[in-house]
Design a protein around this ligand. Structure first.
Ligand code: GLA
Length: 428
């Protein structure tokens, strides 16, 4: 098989200046709390996106997606969201770099939670960037499986531009820029976790990211007799991104209600379960008094219940991750796994981002003594479950699960046994 370098040369008749690899990610625990100022525990995996890049002088970005056999050429000086999804992940980060001076931050949308400590300002001095570049891209991260292939593309391209044009960006700046690109060009108001993990991954280590201060700590992932196995539902729900954005808004709404009564509360980090009950459960009781036959009252009541459920989950999950990290540090993987099941329950029943197929896969392994923990992973509504399974039992469990999944859902289960690898890097 031809290397990406040779394919670049074949397409463009000159040699690539450099090649970059950027991995997908898993997340052990801490789901849907990166944008709620919680903690997440992701790691980079052995599936990756690879880009080969070289400068041009005619002012265009010439992009070739090798796996898809698609080519798109766009002028670099007028970048706007494009109809082709993969193109947006490339031009989205170019837009971030090309806006000569701009700031990126990790704010909540529409609230006053300004994280001044995470604001960055980037000044791109190298006007050569306006000459454009050629890029070939390929990868083996399953698309739509919740393994962050889009973040891996953004990080690979940004890392490559950083090298090519000596931009002197730190990995954290790149992560924040990639996050902004996703908001602006893909329309998903995602948190920072995916980009952060792709860039900062380290072999055999999970990373605890404090999504408030952006401080992070590496934890050796000593799984010994256990493996991390992903079961892919093969479900790719079209509604996922709009529901994702709705969850963010519901959380913001809940936070505001709590802040009205408890003005010292800045983020979900400061909120106790008692405060959630006090402010949000009581408003459900008051909406109960509304007349059931009024449609608008019903809608308000439904929304109030949802906001309560979302906030309850977020506060519980923030606490759960902190405890799970202690389990990891003491090597109590049994306790860690139990928390993964609890997270799944919260995501399914309170946060409502699971789906029938994900619930089925978690339920099917929940009483298996060789499975320490299982839960849906990532944004939800499809994608993968993450499981910690005894190495000697993986083959049998996977075989049985694939058979029952096929029988019940009429879908082939995809199975990935992951290894934890380094983050974005140059390929020699
Ligand atoms: C997606 C987003 C992340 C994070 C997860 C859920 O992967 O891109 O920022 O919110 O969902 O934890």
């Amino acid at each position: 098989m031809l290397t990406i370098r040779s394919q670049f040369t074949n397409h463009f008749n000159y040699n690539a200046a450099l090649v970059v690899k950027s991995p997908g990610r898993i997340n052990l625990i801490g789901e849907h709390i990166d944008y709620n100022h919680g903690f997440v525990l992701p790691a980079a995996i052995d599936n990756f996106i690879e880009v080969a890049i070289g400068k041009r002088s005619d002012g265009v970005i010439h992009m070739v997606a090798l796996d898809l056999g698609e080519t798109i050429i766009l002028p670099i000086d007028n970048l706007r969201p494009h109809a082709t999804a993969w193109v947006n992940y490339i031009i989205g980060v170019v837009d971030q770099v090309f806006n000569k001076s701009h700031s990126a931050n990790n704010n909540f949308i529409g609230t006053q939670n300004t994280l001044t400590n995470t604001e960055i300002t980037i000044a791109v001095n190298d006007t050569n960037l306006s000459g454009g570049f050629s890029i070939c891209i390929q990868g083996n991260i399953p698309l739509g499986a919740g393994l962050s292939s889009s973040a891996a593309v953004e990080c690979a391209v940004l890392f490559a531009l950083n090298e090519l044009y000596n931009l002197s960006l730190t990995k954290m700046q790149m992560a924040l820029m990639a996050q902004n690109a996703e908001h602006k060009f893909a329309g998903v108001n995602c948190g920072l976790m995916d980009m952060f993990a792709s860039l900062h991954g380290q072999k055999n280590k999970a990373i605890l990211l404090d999504c408030d201060s952006l401080a992070f700590t590496y934890y050796p992932l000593a799984l010994n007799d256990y493996s991390i196995v992903l079961f892919d539902t093969q479900i790719k729900h079209a509604l996922a991104s709009s529901e994702y954005n709705t969850r963010r808004l519901e959380c913001e709404q809940g936070l505001k209600i709590i802040q009205e009564k408890y003005p010292t509360v800045k983020t979900f980090r400061d909120i106790s379960l008692e405060q959630v009950e006090d402010c949000l459960a009581s408003s459900i009781n008051s909406t109960n008094e509304m007349k059931e036959d009024k449609l608008q009252d019903k809608t308000t009541k439904d929304n109030t219940i949802k906001v309560y459920q979302r906030c309850k989950y977020v506060v519980e999950e923030i606490k759960r991750v902190q405890l799970a990290v202690q389990d990891l540090a003491t090597g109590d993987m049994q306790a860690f796994g139990k928390k993964m099941f609890e997270t799944h329950k919260g995501l399914s029943k309170l946060y409502e981002v699971s789906c029938h197929e994900l619930d089925f896969l978690v339920e099917a392994v929940s009483n298996n003594e060789n499975v320490l923990g299982a839960r849906m992973m990532g944004g939800g509504f499809g994608g993968c479950t993450i499981n910690i399974i005894k190495k000697t039992a993986v083959e049998e469990i996977a075989k049985e699960l694939a058979a029952t999944y096929k029988k019940q859902m009429h879908i082939e289960l995809a199975i990935y046994i992951t290894s934890i690898e380094d983050g974005t890097h140059l390929v020699a």
